[in-house]
Design a binder for this molecule. Structure first.
Ligand code: SF4
Length: 277
């Protein structure tokens, strides 16, 4: 497979790697590889950067078969790993069954949790120090709005985060690339991404939020960029203070409702009986 990427992709990837300090000499990076377009692109892109990087780093890939009715296409995945010259770990699991049994309304959180656990465990046992995930800019913006709408939290995932328990660092080198750019590039590669096996495809909260952002952005082209700007910590933040405890509220009540000394005196003298005139 010929390894090449258009300049604008390479520039954006390096910008991300430098800004967030994602890679350094001697890193061993395990890439989460679902077989879809985003993770296929990430694997390819990191392989391209590896060729020209001024420092050395190693790559591996892991595919977690979630155990849906139709199994993953192992042959297709292995072939892609082979073409890129990247070792591939295939992990067969029953995560789908567990997630769908546990939380029939929204199994995604359990599914994602267990999948991450398998990836991290493999990274540790195989001696990798970093895990690379294929979340792009649209994912970050969607997660930001999803968290607000469904969890009441103003947050999204970070380009780089450290996991205290495992000692791993999770990196997301695609956060400055838009989903449409990735889709466009992956079409030019000979690899056909593996269709998702999940029956919830197109029915999740993420999908609803994605559609909402897309529709609103069609009406007003600033909607997406405004959301993206709000994700930054240095954006204008005007939020209410935290909800006070009962005790804090009681203290405020005592403070505000206590009569001022001057006013109390006035009240006393006003109440004194007046002498006869
Ligand atoms: S959409 Fe399907 S594969 Fe993705 S997290 Fe949800 S249950 Fe898992």
């Amino acid at each position: 497979m010929r390894l090449a990427l258009p300049r604008k992709y390479v520039k954006r990837l390096w910008r991300t790697i430098i800004e967030f300090e994602l890679l350094s000499e001697g890193d061993r990076v395990l890439v989460g590889f679902s077989g879809g377009k985003d993770s296929s692109f990430l694997l390819y892109a990191l392989r391209v950067l590896q060729e020209t990087a001024p420092f050395g780093f190693e790559l591996g890939a892991i595919h977690v078969d979630l155990g849906f009715e139709e199994p993953s296409d192992d042959q297709l995945l292995e072939e892609y790993g082979h073409q890129l010259g990247i070792p591939l770990y295939l992990e067969k699991t029953q995560i789908a069954q567990v997630a769908f049994e546990e939380r029939t309304e929204n199994p995604c959180s359990s599914c994602a949790y267990f999948r991450r656990a398998v990836i991290n465990q493999t990274a540790v046992t195989q001696g990798y120090n970093k895990v690379a995930l294929a979340h792009h800019h649209d994912d970050a913006v969607e997660t930001f709005l999803m968290s607000l709408l469904y969890s009441g939290k103003l947050q999204t995932f970070l380009p780089k985060s450290h996991l205290d328990q495992s000692g791993l660092t999770v990196i997301r080198p695609l956060v400055y690339l838009r989903e449409a750019e990735i889709a466009q590039l992956i079409k030019s590669l000979s690899f056909m991404p593996m269709p998702s096996r999940c029956p919830l495809q197109g029915k999740t909260h993420r999908w609803k939020v994605k559609t909402l952002i897309r529709d609103l952005t069609r009406e007003n082209r600033f909607v997406y960029t405004n959301l993206a700007a709000a994700m930054r910590r240095d954006g204008v933040v005007e939020l209410w203070p935290p909800l006070p405890s009962r005790e804090e509220l009681r203290q405020k009540h005592l403070h505000i409702m206590r009569p001022r000394p001057a006013a109390a005196e006035e009240k006393c003298s006003a109440n004194e009986p007046r002498g006869r005139q």
